[in-house]
Ligand binder design. Structure first.
Ligand SMILES: [Zn+2]
Length: 141
């Protein structure tokens, strides 16, 4: 089964070259996008973040929001493609990871704050390892 390309929306980009770099990196990894993503919203954050890129997954609206930080533009083409693959692997894993976060971990926040903190840290550490392993292995052909 093939699926059609999603719509793209680029927000807050003031530099056309930066916008082109982001689109090129997304194009190189677009095969990883799950079928339900109908719109990819890309935002140039301008400010430095902890990462070069992050993603927010909103399945109810059939869209994802990719946030791009200045570190992205200081990277090589190969690194930029890997950043996008990493974020799109988060999107693929989201049905599982969002359920764990919302149904298993979040309810403990006030009842068991120490357990909540522990599970939160352990879950994120393992999730990032698995996501990066998937991203490294998924070099688009
Ligand atoms: Zn990540």
């Amino acid at each position: 089964m093939t699926h059609t390309e999603p719509d793209y929306e680029f927000n807050y980009f003031t530099n056309d070259a930066h916008r082109a770099q982001v689109k090129e990196a997304i194009d190189s990894a677009v095969a990883l996008l799950p079928w339900w993503v109908r719109r990819v919203i890309v935002q140039d954050q301008g400010l430095n973040g902890d990462a070069a890129m992050s993603v927010s997954v909103q399945p109810n609206y059939r869209h994802i929001v990719l946030s791009v930080y200045p570190g992205f533009y200081d990277s090589t083409e190969q690194e930029r493609a890997r950043y996008v693959r990493h974020e799109l692997c988060h999107v693929l894993l989201a049905p599982l990871t969002e359920w764990v976060r919302e149904r298993l971990i979040a309810p403990l926040e006030y009842a068991e704050p120490r357990l909540y903190e522990y599970l939160q840290q352990e879950f994120i550490a393992r999730l990032e390892c698995v996501t990066e392993d998937l991203a490294i292995g998924r070099v688009a052909k």
